[in-house]
Design a binder for this molecule. Structure first.
Ligand code: HEC
Length: 184
């Protein structure tokens, strides 16, 4: 049997505690995961009514087929553009669902996001910069979404969305078209 001296024991214990804390912090540090919190939002009810009005009271289909989003006066001009947009969206989709009846993931559900008050989805725990914007009545537009994903950390400093800036304007454009097609 090996017998450790007390200093070695202390170091090993300290390392184990550090490892344990690291394991707890890692999902938050890397992806912004906060599994235990939900938050009823002061603004969600009014925003949900406004969204319903935008849809003329009609229920939004949870399954959206390609022909509903490709063509004249629709977000995408061609099947190729849509295919590329789906690829561009892939990582966003890792953290965000877009269908009306879908839950939150690591990030909030983005249904109806364009024209919706910032930080206004119910049962989602937003960080302070988003809560402050919600209070101030800031609304997402295509322009502000573009600016946000161009540098997620800069527009709302201290927010929890861990995503590298999307520097290619064409890619940002396709991502916003994706939101228009699947999240409106
Ligand atoms: C690693 C997870 C993750 C990825 C990837 C991610 N997001 Fe997010 N997103 C979040 C989190 C978490 C929040 C909430 C941030 C907060 O409260 O600080 C958020 C918030 C948002 C919001 C504000 C929502 C609201 O209700 O006001 C938008 C819009 C958004 N993300 C769009 C995107 C887009 C577009 C992409 C892809 C380019 C993307 N996100 C990629 C995690 C992610």
């Amino acid at each position: 049997m090996l017998s450790y001296n007390p200093t070695v024991k202390l170091i090993v214990r300290a390392l184990m505690v550090a490892l344990f804390l690291g394991c707890i912090y890692m999902p938050y540090g890397m992806f912004g995961v906060l599994p235990l919190f939900t938050f009823s939002n002061d603004y969600s009810a009014a925003e949900d009514v406004a969204l319903k009005e935008r849809h003329g009271g009609a229920t939004v289909p949870s399954k959206i087929s390609d022909d509903m989003v490709i063509g004249e006066n629709k977000p995408f001009a061609s099947a190729e553009e849509l295919a590329q947009a789906k690829k561009d969206w892939m990582w966003c989709g890792f953290c965000h669902y877009t269908a009306a009846d879908a839950p939150h993931r690591i990030g909030p559900n983005l249904n109806g996001i364009i024209g919706r008050r910032v930080g206004s989805k119910d049962k989602y725990f937003y960080t302070e910069p988003f809560r402050a914007a919600a209070k101030a009545g800031v609304v997402w537009t295509e322009e502000s979404l573009d600016a946000f994903i161009a540098d997620p950390a800069a527009m709302y400093p201290g927010n929890r969305m861990r995503y590298a800036p999307v520097t290619d304007p064409a890619k940002r454009d396709r991502i916003i078209k994706y939101l228009k097609a699947y999240a409106q």
